[in-house]
Every structure is written in structure tokens, then in C-alpha cells.
Design a protein around this ligand. Structure first.
Ligand SMILES: NC(=O)c1ccc[n+]([C@@H]2O[C@H](COP(=O)([O-])OP(=O)(O)OC[C@H]3O[C@@H](n4cnc5c(N)ncnc54)[C@H](OP(=O)(O)O)[C@@H]3O)[C@@H](O)[C@H]2O)c1
Length: 202
């Protein structure tokens, strides 16, 4: 149960980078938090820091969103915890290599996280938000959603999906008090670039 009038924001990919910053800023604005990522240790560090500076209630759930059982656990949480008022779909991975230098399995894993997991989490929470009279979903897309030639094309495709889904839901849910926002960051210095096999300066 949330102790905050603003309720609980669930932030995926909150163990580092953009997700950890969203978590911090949302806590400063009065949200309690549930932080999701694979690394329990990093999540615990982020949670301790944010709880210490803001006094908000910060819980963590270690989950690999590419693991079906873990993903289902987060879906259930989103569908059943009535204190949740916001979902930040931030967890995602990228790639910089062109098709001829890319591994097909890595592409499939990227689609699973950036598209399938994000879609399942969104589908889990929307009916709950509608039943509770409202809520907010922020999904981290990317500038490459509209400029896919800059990085790996599958990565750009996953982020175009996030933008298209968000635009559609924005219209679909307009009269249900469910606010939808897609964010298209440009190159940002995070762990993303090491994991994607490139440099933020590229
Ligand atoms: N950095 C940029 O230039 C940039 C630009 C535009 C958009 N974006 C988008 O911003 C979002 C955040 O990326 P970032 O730049 O902040 O990179 P980051 O620091 O690498 O953050 C990625 C987050 O996702 C989590 N994650 C990765 N795989 C996961 C999985 N299978 N299950 C659960 N969590 C997983 C990571 O935590 P664990 O490793 O602990 O699981 C981490 O918390 C991504 O969607 C990315 O596409 C980034």
C-alpha cells in the first residue's frame, strides 16, 4: 500500500541510467516507488539512496523481463496493487551494429524486452487504471524512432513501435483519464552504449 497521495510509480530498468533518474525525480515529486530490473544489488543501492534523500517508500523487485515467469510476476503486480498510479516503461537495450554484423538471437532478445515486455506490462496495467479511474504510463522510446538510420535498424524499429503504441493509446484512452506519454531521448551518457557496443559520441 502506498503512503503517498501521488501513489506508487513502478519504474522498469531503474537500476541505472535514465530509469534511476526518473525514479529519483518522481520520488522528489512525492511518489512512492517500486523499482524493477535484473540486478538486485544495484536496485537496492538506488532504492537506499532515493529513500534516504526523499523519505519516500521505495521497494524493489528483481526481475528479468525477458523471463516469462518474472514478467508475469510484474504483470500481476501491476494488475492487482491498487496503490500503483504510474508505470514508467523504461527497461530497454539497444544495438549499433548493422544487419551484416548483428546476431539474430540478440535482435530477438531486444525485441522481447523493448517490444513484447513493454506491451505486456502496458496491457496488464491499463485495465487496472481504467477500473481505478485513471493513471499514467510513460514509455521511453528514442529519437531513433523517427531517425532509424542512425543506429541498428531493429533497435529503431522497436522504438518506433513504442511511439506508435503510445500515440494510439493516447487517443484510445483519452476519455478514461489514463495519461500516455512517449519520450524520445537523444544520445545520453549511460551504460546503454557499452551494452549496445558503441559510444555515446557516435
Ligand atoms: N542512453 C541513450 O542514449 C538512450 C537514448 C534514447 C533512448 N534510450 C532508452 O532509455 C532506456 C534506458 O536506457 P539507459 O540509457 O538508461 O541505459 P541503462 O543504464 O543500460 O539502463 C537500462 C536499464 O534496463 C535494465 N534492463 C536491461 N535488461 C533488462 C531485462 N532483461 N529485464 C529487466 N531490466 C532490464 C537494466 O538493469 P539490469 O541490467 O539490472 O537489468 C537498466 O536498469 C532504454 O529503453 C533505452 O532504449 C536510451
Amino acid at each position: 500500500m502506498s503512503t503517498s497521495l501521488k501513489g506508487i510509480a513502478v519504474v522498469t530498468g531503474a537500476s541505472s541510467g535514465i530509469g534511476a533518474i526518473y525514479a529519483d525525480r518522481l520520488a522528489r515529486r512525492g511518489h512512492d516507488l517500486i523499482l524493477v530490473a535484473r540486478s538486485q544489488e544495484k536496485l537496492a543501492e538506488v532504492a537506499k539512496r532515493i529513500a534516504g534523500t526523499t523519505g519516500r517508500v521505495v521497494n524493489v523487485v528483481a526481475a528479468d523481463l525477458n523471463n516469462k515467469a518474472d514478467l508475469n510476476r510484474i504483470e500481476t503486480l501491476l494488475a492487482t496493487d491498487s496503490g500503483i498510479t504510474m508505470l514508467v516503461n523504461n527497461a530497454g537495450v539497444g544495438a549499433v551494429a548493422p544487419l551484416l554484423e548483428s546476431d539474430t538471437d540478440a535482435m530477438e532478445e531486444m525485441i522481447a524486452l523493448n517490444v513484447t515486455a513493454l506491451t505486456r506490462l502496458t496491457y496488464a496495467v491499463v485495465p487496472a487504471f481504467v477500473a481505478r479511474g485513471g493513471g499514467t504510463i510513460i514509455s521511453i522510446s528514442s529519437a531513433v524512432a523517427i531517425a532509424p538510420e542512425i543506429l541498428n535498424g531493429v533497435y529503431g524499429g522497436t522504438k518506433a513501435f513504442v511511439l506508435a503504441l503510445s500515440l494510439s493509446l493516447h487517443k484510445e484512452l483519452a476519455d478514461k483519464n489514463v495519461r500516455i506519454q512517449a519520450v524520445l531521448p537523444g544520445a545520453t551518457a549511460t551504460n546503454f552504449w557499452d551494452a549496445a557496443g558503441g559510444s555515446v559520441k557516435q
